[in-house]
Design a protein around this ligand. Structure first.
Ligand code: GLU
Length: 501
C-alpha cells in the first residue's frame, strides 16, 4: 500500500435524501481526493437505527452517482459495531472512560435543572468515580449503562485548512457518551474510530461539525491515533442570508433532478459554492477543474445559493447538448405532463416531432421541466384556444387572404414533398427552408396589395397556433408538418365563421 497517499471520506447519514449542502461536501471531498491523486471513501453513518433507512441510503448513492462522483471504498457503520465496542473497552481498561448507570430520567431532570439555573448543559460526572463494588453491584442488578469519556481540562487547538487556527477550552465540554446503552456508538466516537481505521488523512466537512472536532481531537489523542487534517466548509445560505431550507425551494438533489436540472449543471454549480477557479471560468465539467482545485482556495465566507445563477448554468448545459440526447432527457417530462404516452415513445413520428421541438426551444428553456410548457401546443391535434391578440389579427380582411393563400401553396407543394419521403423518416419533410420559401411565395403573390412583414407573418402564426408569440414561424410550420398545418388552418377558419369574426 502506498504510504502518504491522501485519503478523504464522505460520511452521510441516511436519515434523509442527499441535501444540497451534503452533496457539496461530497463533491469537495471528491475534488480534493481526485486532484491530489488520493482515495475517497464513502462511509454510511447509519448507527442511528431508528432514523436511518435503506431507501435513503440508496437514494443518496444514486444521487452521488448521478452527480458524477465515484469512490474507492465503501463502509457501513452498522456493520462495524464490534470495532467501536472493543475500542471503548480499551479506553475503559486504560481508565480513560467509565461506565455510567444514570437513567434517562435522571439525565432529563439534570438537564431541566441546568436550564432553569441558566447554566451550560452537560453531565455532572456522578458516575465518574464509582467504586468497583458499586459498579459490580449495578451490573449485578442488570442496570443498563453507557460508556462515557473522561474529559480532562486542557486547551484544544487545531489548524483548519480553510479557517486557520481554532481553539477550544475543554472546560465547556463535559464527559460525553462513547457507547449508548443499546450498544451503538455515539457519532463522535464512531467517526474517530473509523477515521483512524480507514487511515483518513483529511476530514473535510460542514462547519456545523467544528464543535465536534474538539471532542474528536480529545478522542484521537486518548486512543493514541494520528490526528488527521481538518477543513470545515462554510454553510450555504439563501439569498436572504438565512440558512438554506425548504422555504427557499428545493433542497435535495432528487428534487433538483425532478425539476429538470442537468447533473453537469448541478455539479458545476455546487463546485462554485465557496470556491472558484483563479482564471474566473464559470462553466466547466468537473474533470476540467481537477488541476485547478485546491483546498486552500476554498473560501470561509458563507456561500449564497442563487437559483438564478443555477438556472443560467443549466440553460447553458441544455444548449450544449446534442438534440438526440435532449430528446431522451425531455421524454420523462413529456410523459409526466401527459403530452405523449409512453407507448408512443418509439414511434419515429413522435421522435421527429420532439427533435424539432427540442431544436426550436433549447435556447429558451432553463430547465427540462419548462420544455413541455413550450412543446405542448405542438402535440395536441388542434389549437386549444385563441388568445385575444391572435383573434384581433385574424379579424382583419387581409389576414383571411394570407391564410387562404398560405393553405393553397401548402397544398400545392404537398405532392412533391411526398415523393421525397423515405423509410427511415416517415414524418413529413417540410423543412424550415421550405416553409420560408412558402411564406415568401405568399408574400410575392400578395405584393400588389402591400401585404408584407407583420401583416404576412402574424396571421399565419395566429392561424396555426392561436397565439402571437412562439418560436420562429418557419420552425412552427416545420414542427407541425403540412397535414397538421392544413388541419389547423381549417380549424381557424371554422372558428372565425362560427364566431362571426
Ligand atoms: N454523518 C455526518 C453528517 O451527516 C458527517 C460526519 C462527518 O463528516 O464527520 O453530518
Amino acid at each position: 500500500m502506498e504510504q502518504n497517499k491522501p485519503r478523504f471520506r464522505f460520511a452521510p447519514s441516511p436519515t434523509g435524501g442527499l441535501h444540497i449542502g451534503t452533496a457539496r461536501t461530497a463533491l469537495f471531498n471528491w475534488l480534493s481526493a481526485r486532484s491530489m491523486g488520493g482515495d475517497l471513501i464513502l462511509r454510511i453513518e447509519d448507527t442511528d437505527l431508528k432514523r436511518s433507512t435503506k431507501e435513503y441510503e440508496e437514494s443518496i448513492i444514486n444521487d452521488l452517482k448521478w452527480l458524477g462522483l465515484n469512490w474507492d471504498e465503501f463502509y457501513r457503520q452498522s456493520e462495524r459495531l464490534n470495532l467501536y465496542k472493543s475500542e471503548a473497552e480499551r479506553l475503559l481498561k486504560e481508565g480513560k472512560a467509565y461506565m455510567c448507570f444514570c437513567s434517562s430520567e435522571r439525565l432529563e431532570a439534570l438537564k431541566d435543572k441546568l436550564i432553569s439555573e441558566g447554566k451550560p448543559l452537560g453531565y455532572d460526572n456522578k458516575c465518574r468515580n464509582l467504586s468497583e463494588d458499586e459498579i459490580n453491584d449495578n451490573l449485578g442488578k442488570g442496570i443498563e449503562y453507557t460508556i462515557r469519556f473522561k474529559v480532562n481540562p486542557k486547551e484544544i487547538k487545531f489548524n483548519d485548512l480553510i479557517r486557520g487556527e481554532i481553539k477550544f477550552s475543554s472546560e465547556v465540554i463535559s464527559d460525553f457518551v462513547l457507547i449508548k446503552s443499546d450498544g451503538t456508538p455515539s457519532y463522535n466516537f464512531a467517526v474517530v474510530v473509523d477515521d483512524n481505521d480507514m487511515r483518513i488523512t483529511h476530514v473535510l466537512r460542514g462547519e456545523d461539525h467544528i464543535t465536534n472536532t474538539a471532542r474528536q481531537i480529545m478522542l484521537f489523542e486518548s486512543l493514541g491515533y494520528k490526528i488527521p487534517y481538518f477543513a470545515h466548509l462554510s454553510m450555504i445560505l439563501g439569498k436572504d442570508g438565512a440558512k438554506l431550507s425548504k422555504r427557499h425551494g428545493s433542497t435535495t438533489i432528487t428534487q433538483f433532478k425532478e425539476e429538470g436540472y442537468l447533473n453537469e449543471a448541478i455539479a458545476n454549480y455546487l463546485s462554485l459554492l465557496s470556491w472558484a477557479p483563479r482564471d474566473g471560468e464559470e462553466i466547466f465539467y468537473l474533470n476540467d477543474i481537477l488541476n485547478k482545485f485546491k483546498i486552500s482556495d476554498i473560501s470561509k465566507n458563507p456561500a449564497i445559493f442563487d437559483v438564478d445563477k443555477l438556472n443560467w448554468l443549466n440553460g447553458n448545459y441544455i444548449r450544449k447538448k446534442a438534440n438526440e440526447e435532449l430528446v431522451e432527457l425531455v421524454l420523462p417530462f413529456l410523459i409526466k405532463e401527459n403530452i405523449i404516452k409512453s407507448i408512443d415513445i418509439n414511434e419515429q413520428a413522435s421522435r421527429n416531432k420532439i427533435i424539432k421541438c427540442v431544436d426550436a426551444f433549447k435556447d429558451k428553456i432553463k430547465t427540462l421541466a419548462e420544455f413541455p410548457v413550450y412543446a405542448k401546443d405542438f402535440f395536441s391535434d388542434k389549437i386549444s384556444y385563441y388568445d385575444e391578440d391572435a383573434i384581433n389579427i385574424l379579424k382583419s380582411d387581409t389576414s383571411i387572404k394570407v391564410i387562404n393563400m398560405f393553405a393553397n401553396k401548402l397544398t400545392q407543394i404537398s405532392d412533391s414533398i411526398k415523393t421525397i419521403k423515405d423509410n427511415t423518416d416517415n414524418s413529413n419533410i417540410l423543412t424550415e427552408d421550405l416553409a420560408k420559401e412558402i411564406i415568401n411565395e405568399v408574400g410575392s403573390s400578395l405584393q400588389a396589395e402591400n401585404i408584407k412583414g407583420k401583416l404576412l407573418y402574424m396571421p399565419i402564426r395566429a392561424s396555426l397556433t392561436g397565439k402571437v408569440h412562439g418560436p420562429d414561424l418557419p420552425k412552427v410550420i416545420s414542427i407541425l408538418g403540412k397535414e397538421e398545418c392544413l388541419k389547423r388552418i381549417n380549424q381557424t377558419i371554422s372558428f372565425l365563421n362560427n364566431n362571426k369574426i
